[in-house]
Design a protein around this ligand. Structure first.
Ligand code: ADP
Length: 269
C-alpha cells in the first residue's frame, strides 16, 4: 500500500512533467527560428531539466521493471514511457540545434588525424548492429577497395556514418543495408550507404538536407521519432571536410547516400 501511494505520487509528478514537456518539437522549432539570438541560451536552459526528466523516468522504469510483483500498481506506466521518449527526442532536438548553430556561427572545427578506414567503419558497424538486429535487417560491409588510411576527423566521420546508417535502418522494413567504400582517385575516396527501404520522393530529395525537414506525409516517417536535423548536420560536416554528399533514391525501392571525401584533409590553421 505504501508502495502504491509512492507510485501514484511519482506518477502524478511525471504527468505534470509531461505536461510541461508540451513545449513540443514544433513549438521549440518555431521559437528557435523566431529568435536566433536567444537560441543558445534557450537550449542550455532546457537541457538541464530535460536531462533530469530523462534520468528520473529512466531510473523509475528500470526499478519497476525489475519488480514484476508491482506490475499492477502502475497502470500509467505508458505515460512514463511517453515522458521518457519525448524527453529523449527534445534533448536530441536541442543538441542537434546547437550543432547547427555552432556550424552556422563558424565555431565548428575539425581535428584531422591519420585514420584507419576499415577500423573506423568496423567500430561504427559494431555500434549500430543492435539497431539492425532489432529489425531483422542484415548489415553488409564491403571495404575491399577502401583506402587503408586517410587524414580526417575520425569522430566527425563516425557521426556522419552513424547518422546515415541509423536513417537507413529507421526507414527500412525489410531486406538489407549495404555499406561500401572505395578509392575514387588519387585525391578522393567514397562511402555509400544503400538501403532497401521506403525511398524518398523527388520533391523531398531536394529538401532533405534542409534543417527540420521531414517527409511527414509518409506514415513511416511520421510515426518515427526524428528531428529533421540529422542530414542537415551531416551535409554541413561533409562541407566542412571539403567533401560532397549525394542521394539517389526511388520510392518503395530504397535509397543510396554517397559521401565523397578528400584522402588528405586540409589541416585548418
Ligand atoms: P530525421 O530522420 O530525424 O527525420 P534527417 O535529417 O536524418 O531527420 O532526415 C530528414 C528526412 O529525410 C527524414 O525525415 C526522412 O523523411 C528522409 N530520409 C532520410 N534518410 C532516409 C532514408 N534512408 N530513407 C528514406 N527517407 C529518408
Amino acid at each position: 500500500r505504501c508502495f502504491n501511494s509512492y507510485t501514484q505520487g511519482r506518477l502524478q509528478e511525471l504527468e505534470q512533467l509531461q505536461s510541461q514537456l508540451r513545449l513540443t518539437n514544433q513549438e521549440l522549432t518555431r521559437l528557435v527560428r523566431a529568435n536566433k539570438d536567444t537560441l543558445s541560451h534557450l537550449a542550455h536552459e532546457l537541457k538541464t531539466p530535460l536531462t533530469s526528466i530523462i534520468g528520473y523516468s529512466d531510473l523509475f522504469l528500470r526499478q519497476h521493471r525489475e519488480q514484476p510483483e508491482f506490475k499492477d500498481t502502475y497502470s500509467n506506466i505508458e505515460s512514463i514511457e511517453r515522458v521518457l521518449r519525448n524527453g529523449r527526442l527534445l534533448l536530441r532536438l536541442i543538441n542537434d540545434t546547437l550543432e547547427i548553430s555552432r556550424y552556422d556561427a563558424g565555431a565548428m572545427k575539425l581535428h584531422p588525424t591519420l585514420t584507419n578506414v576499415p577500423e573506423l567503419i568496423n567500430s561504427v558497424i559494431e555500434m549500430i548492429e543492435p539497431l539492425a538486429r532489432a529489425k531483422e535487417l542484415s548489415l553488409v560491409v564491403d571495404c575491399d577497395r577502401a583506402p587503408e588510411q586517410v587524414t580526417t576527423d575520425p569522430l566527425r566521420l563516425q557521426q556522419i556514418l552513424t547518422n546515415l546508417l541509423s536513417n537507413a535502418i529507421r526507414y527500412t522494413e525489410f531486406g538489407s543495408i549495404h555499406l561500401q567504400s572505395w578509392t575514387v582517385s588519387q585525391q578522393q575516396w567514397a562511402i555509400s550507404i544503400i538501403d532497401s527501404g521506403i525511398g524518398i520522393s523527388l520533391d523531398a530529395q531536394a529538401q532533405i538536407f534542409n534543417a527540420y525537414f521531414r517527409e511527414i506525409t509518409v506514415p513511416q516517417v511520421q510515426s518515427s521519432d526524428g528531428t529533421g536535423l540529422g542530414l542537415a548536420i551531416v551535409s554541413r560536416l561533409v562541407q566542412l571536410m571539403d567533401g560532397e554528399i549525394k542521394v539517389d533514391s526511388q520510392l518503395g525501392k530504397g535509397s543510396t547516400f554517397t559521401v565523397i571525401l578528400p584522402l588528405e584533409a586540409i589541416v585548418q590553421g
